[in-house]
Design a protein around this ligand. Structure first.
Ligand SMILES: Cc1cc2nc3c(=O)[nH]c(=O)nc-3n(C[C@H](O)[C@H](O)[C@H](O)COP(=O)(O)O)c2cc1C
Length: 250
């Protein structure tokens, strides 16, 4: 199985872990493997400096998992999309290794800076039993496909899969408009959530990065190649155009 094929399969297995069996521990080999994997994550944008460190949970306000991965980044254009895109690759990879993960936006650390880069977000990590992973992805709470995807019906099958991307408070801020051989990806600002309003653009931008990664592995899995154009165009409506994909069917 190719790397992306395995990542695609993990879309259906992954979930956010909120309860960890405290008796299970990650081994040193597993921690080394996580470090090695992080070095190979594909950035969405090439010239943004990103650093990370893995600390014990107790060094943060996080109440779950054995370790927390603290992520730091340069604050260049679309850096939050870049963080979502990169570290979702790790979420999917760790599902294949039976390591539980939870993006943890609420978490705080005292290390607000690392090597001059600002703290962005943390991810809780811990060993889990294989049986704790998702068995039937269709049972997890997501919007109806027609709520998030409009346009040419042939691409609805792609939307049926990518809508299972994780997002802060499950807000699912993505909207897709399918045109002939083109996908337009928007972030809606019409979000109802318990998150403080001023925090919504921050978390929802990470979510869009995660979603874009789900979209790309799903297109690749379906042998649809694409050219991606990143945008950040606000208009008068509550939709911000984030990316356009020109599709080429193989
Ligand atoms: C950017 C981001 C931040 C998140 N922050 C938290 C958090 O602080 N606490 C938490 O319990 N879950 C958090 N989550 C997990 C979401 O609640 C979860 O992805 C969503 O409910 C969908 O469920 P699933 O991941 O199990 O498919 C976060 C997810 C993302 C993508």
């Amino acid at each position: 199985m190719g790397i992306n094929e395995e990542q695609y399969e993990m879309i259906f297995k992954r979930k956010s872990f909120r309860r960890f069996n405290e008796t299970l521990k990650l081994t040193n080999e597993e921690l080394c493997d996580i470090n090695e994997k992080i070095k190979t994550l594909r950035p969405l944008i090439d010239n943004i400096n990103v650093k990370y460190c893995i600390v014990r949970r107790g060094e943060t306000t996080c109440k779950r998992g054995e370790y927390c991965l603290l992520i730091y980044s340069e604050e260049k254009a679309n850096y939050l999309l870049n963080i979502g895109y990169m570290f979702e690759q790790l979420d999917l990879y760790l599902a294949s290794k039976d390591i539980g993960v939870c993006w943890y936006g609420m978490g705080k650390t005292q290390e607000a800076e690392y090597k001059n880069l600002k703290f962005v977000i943390m991810i809780a990590l811990g060993k889990t039993e294989p049986r704790e992973f998702r068995k039937d992805y269709t049972k997890c709470k997501r919007k109806e496909t027609k709520e998030i995807c409009k346009g040419v019906s042939g691409l609805k099958t792609i939307a049926e899969v990518v809508k299972y991307a994780p997002s802060a408070c499950n807000t699912q801020p993505w909207r897709i408009i399918c045109e002939e051989n083109k996908l337009k990806i928007y972030r809606t600002t019409d979000i109802k959530s318990i998150m403080p309003k001023e925090k919504v653009p921050f978390y929802n931008s990470i979510d869009i990065g995660i979603f874009i990664y789900f979209l790309e592995i799903t297109l690749e899995y379906n042998n649809i190649s694409y050219q991606r154009l990143l945008l950040n165009e606000e208009n008068k409506s509550d939709l911000i155009l984030m990316a356009e994909y020109n599709l080429l069917y193989l």
